[in-house]
Design a protein around this ligand. Structure first.
Ligand code: ARG
Length: 460
């Protein structure tokens, strides 16, 4: 069973450890179902074009269907001697149906075969990932809906800057994910084209019908150039780039979740089911899942840079280096799927410490911009207003108090434009509410944004 399928030209076989080094079966078995589907389409086309007989077509198809059943039940056994998933399956097919199995590879090469498998694989996975992005968006949206009027400090430089609504903060990530989803959806255009029929590199002498196999496999078109078809891996690179950006977004939110659940912030508490303890410190509740997502971002970037580097010096067409395209792709998919699922669960179950968030907006100077806006609203050039308020802040720092603690006389002394309503303006809730410009944190704007968000999600 494990005689080499390309053994004809060879007088001597490699030692087992050399075979092992060259083999990809340990990881490309992940493509088993895609490989069988590709073969079924190919053989159907061979029959339709009269390249093999109807009987042969039916026999091979039956054999492939048996293999598919076995694969689904985990009953297939693979041999390293047979190198990869393609040769393993062909060999098993022949074991089942006899030498006619050898006709399957007519007019085809492993080079267009493997490329086809990966296009099919990525199409499935990208669609799954898009669904998981939607689930995470829903989790963000659900939390946001409950926290429109929960106010918290907004930060720049990780210094309290201006008060914002917690919903607004969460929805920032919603829109990032929306763009991630758009990027992935857009990339499907380039994933969903068929390399099948490109042969080893130059096409084939058989009268095949590439459009037909493309159609059978649900592809939207075919590669125009056979060399390109077997050499292209930019559809994987594009996926890895979109994935890197997506992971970067997840990582930033993970970082905030980690900060927010620290004793220093205490803005949120993660559910026990998404936290872990310490083997030595009994009091610990660690945000491990968020940390892991932040950490795993590194491997997703690494996979992208790895494959870019593999490809950069390769002459056309296929080179064995390209076998290195798979593990990173599988790993990126697995990492994304895991991270998105965890994130949705973590967001859906976390508790928000409203009081703590709100109190963090009080004892600081994050309402200073309100004062400056107030003065410039009354006609003072903003620069002058900024200067006056800066001096008031400095006076407070010296007196060890905050802006709300200043007396009306002190305000008047700084500028005659200040009136009694200044204390209301300094209230952080008012500050949030008044930021009613498009896309701002004002409650009215957020409510509009939530409605829009609802509309961009798939309607059920
Ligand atoms: N296992 C190979 C890969 O993943 C399949 C293509 C092999 N083609 C070849 N000409 N050796 O790249």
């Amino acid at each position: 069973m494990s005689k080499k399928l390309w053994g004809g030209r060879f007088t001597k076989s490699a030692e087992e450890w050399v075979d092992e080094f060259g083999a990809s079966i340990s990881f490309d078995q992940e493509l088993v179902l895609e490989d069988i589907d590709g073969s079924i389409a190919h053989v159907t086309m061979l029959g339709k074009c009269g390249i093999i007989s109807e009987l042969e077509t039916d026999t091979i198809k039956e054999g492939l269907k048996t293999l598919k059943e076995k694969a689904k039940n985990g009953e297939l056994e693979y041999s390293v001697k047979l190198e990869d998933i393609h040769l393993n399956l062909e060999s098993q097919l022949t074991d089942i149906i006899g030498p006619v199995g050898g006709k399957l590879h007519t007019g085809r090469s492993r080079n267009d075969q493997v490329a086809t498998d990966m296009h099919l694989y990525l199409r499935n996975q990208v669609n799954l990932i898009i669904e998981l992005v939607v689930e995470m968006q829903e989790a963000l949206l659900n939390q946001a809906k409950q926290h429109v009027e929960t106010i918290m400090p907004g930060y720049t430089h990780l210094q309290r800057a201006q008060p914002i609504s917690f919903a607004h903060h969460l929805m920032a990530y919603f829109w990032m994910l929306q763009r991630d989803k758009d990027r992935l959806t857009e990339s499907l255009k380039r994933i969903n084209i068929s390399p099948l029929g490109a042969g080893a590199l130059a096409g084939t002498t058989f009268p095949i019908d590439r459009e037909y196999t493309a159609h059978l496999l649900g592809f939207e078109g075919i590669y125009e150039n056979s060399l390109d078809a077997v050499s292209d891996r930019d559809f994987i690179l594009e996926f890895m780039s979109s994935s890197s950006i997506l992971m970067m977004h997840l990582s930033r939110l993970a970082e905030e979740i980690i900060l927010w659940s620290s004793q220093e912030f205490r803005f949120i508490e993660l559910d026990d089911s998404f936290s872990t303890g310490s083997s030595i410190m009994p009091q610990k509740k660690n945000p491990d899942m968020a940390e892991l997502i932040r950490g795993k971002t590194g491997r997703v970037y690494g996979n992208l840079v790895g494959l870019l580097t593999v490809l950069k010096g390769l002459p056309l067409a296929y080179n064995k280096d390209m076998q290195e395209d798979k593990e990173g792709m599988f790993d990126t998919v697995k990492t994304l799927v895991g991270s998105l699922k965890i994130f949705a669960g973590m967001l859906n179950t976390m508790k928000v410490n409203k009081a703590q968030m709100e109190s963090a907006t009080k004892n600081d100077f994050s309402n200073a911009t309100e004062l400056a806006d107030y003065l410039s609203g009354k006609g003072l050039p903003f620069r002058e207003a900024h200067e006056i308020v800066g001096q008031l802040v400095l006076a407070c720092v010296k007196k060890n108090c905050f802006l709300v603690d200043l007396t009306m006389e002190e305000f008047k002394e700084a500028s005659h434009l200040f009136e009694d309503d200044i204390y209301k303006v300094l209230n952080p809730v008012t500050a949030v509410q008044r930021r009613n410009s498009a896309g701002g944190t004002g409650f009215e704007q957020i409510r509009k944004a939530l409605e829009k968000a609802e509309m961009v999600l798939p309607q059920v």
